[in-house]
Design a binder for this molecule. Structure first.
Ligand SMILES: [Zn+2]
Length: 490
């Protein structure tokens, strides 16, 4: 999971700042605050603010770090909550990968550095490790970003950056002051400290337990946050509470709440493949909504409820939202499907209740066959919001997108989704609209190619080129097959 949460991004981390002079360093309560010439008073001010919010969390962070350094116990707890003790070893190995991150974070509790804004402006910002602080002369703004994904290679220790303007005031983010900055930073710290628990849980679910339906992301993310909170609070109760509060919807989300759709939120693997999603740019809210939903489901349940839910799902490969909701209801009595409907726009909710997706799909198909591709695309997109797991609708949409032209990349995203959906339903076939159309034959070739049926793919691309020798996409797909040395595929 990439934490795209705004407050997390506001947590500034840097790894070295060569080239900017330091006049002195203040040592207070194990925290060192370095400052440029003339800013000693600001360093004292920062130290005072730190002692209130940061220092109580330092002990917790240390406890969490110690626990993660010997990850068997933590891994055992996670595996226990998932009802999958056999996963404990893998989870422990995966937790190990986060130790450089936790080492880097340690610096945020002990090493703060103050800079003059003018110096950061003069150097154009800082760019170190996962952090970039960039000065944009045109808007006269300093912006920063830190990416702390698990794939990020981290070396050395981080420090917390504080910025002071020409008037000697803290001006972090240009528009908020010291207290707010520290509060945001604490949120960031809590997020990053506990995030490892989310990551390893998510991985155990998807890989170890086969819970990875393309459109059941709400379950994976929500459960991962729930587990991270349950386990995190055993070692670091304050940090865990801050983490959880960052992972839930806020009042600021209210205006956009009505446009999100948890039913059609694709797993990250597919979201990265040009599958458009409703409420795009709204990913934080989708995470938050998933967390809130799972909290609601498990709130009053016995501690082994999740294990029981997952136990019921074990015999199903990549269970769908429907199957997950059935398992939740059988275990807890909670009508999870009904709760989920709260996280879909009103028209989608009504469409789901009335089972409107198949009718929309037929209507779209008719439109497409009459050559009204744009009209068909609109209808198919609505059909997919309501019933995202229908491979035929994705295929027909891919076809209409190719017919209308200029949207080939999206079409390819839907082709990959078709393959993923067929895979997660354990096989099955598509029933293509317009089976005889050249573009459809090409798409069927793509599906075969991604599904590993390479000689079938070759046949289909050959058929496309027989009808249209200039079909560029089919030619380049064939070249891809040649590169794969695929002449003798299954
Ligand atoms: Zn995640």
């Amino acid at each position: 999971m990439r934490y795209r949460i705004r407050s997390f991004i506001a947590c500034i981390v840097a790894f070295s700042t060569t080239g900017i002079a330091v006049a002195g360093t203040l040592q207070v309560n194990g925290l060192s605050i370095s400052y440029p010439d003339g800013l000693e008073a600001q360093a004292r001010e920062a130290a005072e603010a730190a002692s209130e919010v940061l220092l109580p969390l330092r002990a917790e962070f240390a406890a969490l770090r110690t626990a993660m350094a010997e990850p068997q116990a933590v891994a055992g707890r996670i595996a226990g909550l998932l009802g999958a003790p056999e996963q404990a070893g893998t989870i422990a190995d995966n937790l190990d990968h986060f130790s450089p991150m936790s080492q880097a974070l340690e610096g945020l509790f002990s090493d703060w550095r103050i800079f003059r804004r003018s110096e950061l402006v003069a150097t154009g910002g800082l760019r170190e490790g996962p952090v970039s602080i960039v000065y944009d002369a045109q808007s006269d703004k300093l912006t920063w970003e830190v990416s702390f994904g698990s794939d990020q290679r981290l070396t050395g220790r981080a420090f917390l950056l504080l910025i002071v303007n020409a008037e000697g005031e803290f001006c972090i983010g240009d528009d908020h002051g010291l207290e707010e900055h520290i509060a945001h930073s604490v949120e960031g710290l809590a997020g990053f400290s506990v995030a490892a628990l989310h990551e390893v849980t998510e991985c155990a679910m998807a890989v170890g337990l086969g819970l990875h339906h393309p459109y059941a992301r709400w379950f994976n993310e929500g459960v991962s946050n729930w587990v991270a909170f349950q386990v995190g609070r055993e070692y670091a109760p304050l940090l865990a509470v801050v983490f959880l509060s960052c992972c839930l919807p806020t009042d600021a989300d209210q205006p956009v709440r009505g446009s999100m759709n948890l039913f059609s939120w694709p797993q990250k693997t597919y979201a990265n493949q040009a599958i458009p999603q409703s409420g795009e740019g709204n990913e934080r809210l989708l995470y938050a909504a998933s967390t809130e939903l799972i909290q609601q489901v498990l709130r009053e349940q016995p501690p082994d409820a999740l294990a029981e839910i997952i136990g019921r799902l074990k015999s199903t490969r990549n269970p769908s939202t429907k199957a997950i909701c059935a398992a939740v209801q059988a275990t807890t009595g909670v009508d999870c499907w009904e709760l989920l409907l709260d996280y879909a726009p009103e028209d989608v909710r009504n469409g789901i209740r009335e089972g409107r997706a198949p009718a929309l799909y037929s209507e779209a198909k008719e439109k497409a066959l009459r050559g009204d591709y744009s009209g068909a695309i609109d209808l198919l997109e609505s059909a997919i919001e309501i019933g995202p797991s229908d491979p035929d609708a994705h295929l027909c949409l891919a076809w209409a997108l190719r017919k209308v032209g200029g949207r080939e990349e999206e079409a390819e995203g839907h082709v990959r989704m078709v393959v993923a959906l067929l895979r997660s339903s354990g096989g099955g076939r598509v029933a293509p609209c317009a089976a005889e159309d050249t573009e459809m034959i090409y798409l069927l070739g793509r599906i075969s190619q991604h599904a590993g049926q390479l000689s079938r793919a070759r046949e289909l691309f050959g058929a496309v080129l027989q009808r249209d020798p200039d079909h560029k996409a089919a030619r380049s797909a064939l070249a891809e097959l040649d590169d794969q040395g695929a002449a003798t595929g299954p």
